[in-house]
Design a protein around this ligand. Structure first.
Ligand code: CP3
Length: 343
C-alpha cells in the first residue's frame, strides 16, 4: 500500500502529511469556471461524467494533491429521493421541502436512488482510469442531519432553524427523514465504493448546531450506523467523518463511530485537536480557509503551525472548511510548498 492518504488513514505517521483541500475543484480556479460554462450550469456539470471527471482532475494536474474528491454535491441524494433541486445564481441551493408525513411518504427509497445517481458512479469509473497511480479517490455524501436541514428548509439557513423546529414540533417525521437518509446514504456510498471510490467521507457541515443528546442522536449515531454498515459490506474501507464545529463533541468521535479519521474545522486550535482528537486516530485539517484569500507570511506561519501541532500522530493536511471562490490560486501553491517542505 503506497498511496500516502491510505497510509495516514491506516495510522501511519509520515515525514510530511499528505494533503488535499475541501472544494479543491471550484470557482477559485479559472479552468473550473471554463468547464462549468461548457456544461451550462453546476448541476449539469455534476451529472456529466466526462466533465465532472475533468474538473475533479484539474486541481490534481495543477497542484499534485494526494487525493482527488469526486465532483458532485451532497444535495444530489435528496434530488434522487424525488425532491426538486436548483441553484439560484448567487443565492445557493433551493429545494422543494419535506415537513409532513404526506410529503415524507412521497420520498423514494433503496435502489430507486441509482436511477438518478448513476452518472456519479460513471464519473468515479472514469476517474479510476485517469487518476495518477499515487492519488487516492475520495467519494462522499452529506451526513443525514446536514442534508435534512436543506430538505426541511428548502435552502441553506444560518442557524438551521426550520430543522430544529420540525425536530421540536414533529419528532416522528423528523426522525423518519433522518432514518431514510441514513439508509439511502449507505446505498449511495456503497455504490460509489463499487464504482471505485477508495475512501468515503461524510460531511456534517451543520453538526455544530446539534447540542447535548441531539448531537449523539442525530450526528454521532447516524455516522456510526453508516460507518459500521459500509465497513461490513466493504471490509477495510477507510471512512472519514466531518462533524463540523462539533467542539467538545470531537472528543471520542473515532471510538464512538468506528471512523478511521475525524476531520476538524478551524474553530478548534490544532494543538487542542492534537491533544484531544488525534489521540484517538488520524485527523484531517485544519488551516483556516481565509488564508487562501489573504496569503502572506501569516499563511506560511499558520500552515507550519498546523503541520507541527499534528506531527506526532497520523495526519492528513486540509483546510478547516472549503476553499472560497475569492481565494488566490497562488496561495494554494504556497500552502502546499510549505507543507511539503516540512517543519
Ligand atoms: O470538495 C470538492 O471539491 C468536491 C465537490 C463538493 C461540492 N460540494 C461542489 C460544489 C463537495 C464535497 C460539496 C459538499 C457540500 N455541498 C456541502 C458540505 C461541505 C461544506 O461545504 O460544508 C454542502 C453544505 C453542500 C451544499 C452546497 N452546494 C451549497 C451550500 C452550495 C452553495 C455554496 C457555494 O459554494 O456556492 C453548493 C454549490 C457547490 N457545490 C459548488 C461546488 C463547486 C459551487 C457551485 C458553482 O460552481 O457555482
Amino acid at each position: 500500500m503506497t498511496k500516502t492518504i491510505l497510509r495516514a488513514l491506516a495510522g501511519e505517521v509520515l515525514p510530511t502529511p499528505p494533503i488535499w483541500m475541501m472544494r479543491q475543484a471550484g470557482r477559485y480556479l479559472p479552468e473550473y469556471r471554463a468547464t462549468r460554462a461548457e456544461a451550462g450550469d453546476f448541476l449539469s456539470l455534476c451529472y456529466n461524467p466526462e466533465l465532472a471527471a475533468e474538473v475533479t482532475l484539474q486541481p490534481i494536474h495543477r497542484y499534485g494533491f494526494d487525493a482527488a474528491i469526486l465532483f458532485a454535491d451532497i444535495l444530489l441524494l435528496p434530488q434522487a429521493l424525488g425532491l426538486d433541486l436548483w441553484f439560484a445564481t448567487g443565492e445557493g441551493p433551493r429545494m422543494s421541502t419535506v415537513t409532513t408525513e404526506a410529503e415524507f411518504d412521497k420520498l423514494g427509497q433503496g435502489d430507486m436512488i441509482h436511477a438518478t445517481l448513476s452518472p456519479i458512479y460513471e464519473t468515479i469509473r472514469i476517474l479510476r482510469r485517469e487518476l495518477p497511480s499515487e492519488t487516492t479517490l475520495i467519494g462522499f455524501a452529506g451526513a443525514p442531519w446536514t442534508v435534512a436541514t436543506y430538505m426541511i428548509a428548502g435552502r441553506g439557513t444560518k442557524d438551521q432553524g426550520p430543522a430544529h423546529g420540525l425536530k421540536a414540533e414533529n419528532r416522528p417525521v423528523f426522525e423518519k427523514i433522518i432514518e431514510r437518509l441514513t439508509e439511502t446514504t449507505i446505498e449511495y456510498l456503497s455504490a460509489q465504493v463499487e464504482a471505485g471510490a477508495e475512501v468515503v467521507k461524510l460531511f456534517d457541515s451543520w453538526a455544530g448546531s446539534l447540542k447535548g443528546e441531539d448531537f449523539t442522536r442525530y450526528a454521532l449515531e447516524p455516522a456510526r450506523i453508516i460507518t459500521q454498515e459500509l465497513k461490513a459490506r466493504h471490509p477495510g474501507l477507510p471512512v472519514i467523518l466531518f462533524p463540523r464545529q462539533a467542539g467538545q463533541g470531537y472528543i471520542g468521535f473515532h471510538e464512538a463511530t468506528g471512523a478511521d479519521c475525524v476531520a476538524v474545522d478551524d474553530s478548534v486550535t490544532p494543538e487542542w485537536a492534537a491533544a484531544n482528537v488525534q489521540v484517538s486516530g488520524c485527523v484531517q485539517g485544519n488551516l483556516a480557509s481565509s488564508h487562501m484569500v489573504t496569503g502572506g507570511d501569516a499563511l506560511v506561519a499558520e500552515t507550519r503551525r498546523v503541520v507541527k501541532a499534528f506531527s506526532n500522530g497520523p495526519h492528513i493536511f486540509n483546510l478547516g472548511h472549503g476553499i472560497t471562490p475569492d481565494a488566490d490560486p497562488e496561495n494554494v501553491q504556497r500552502m502546499i510548498d510549505t507543507v511539503r517542505a516540512g517543519v
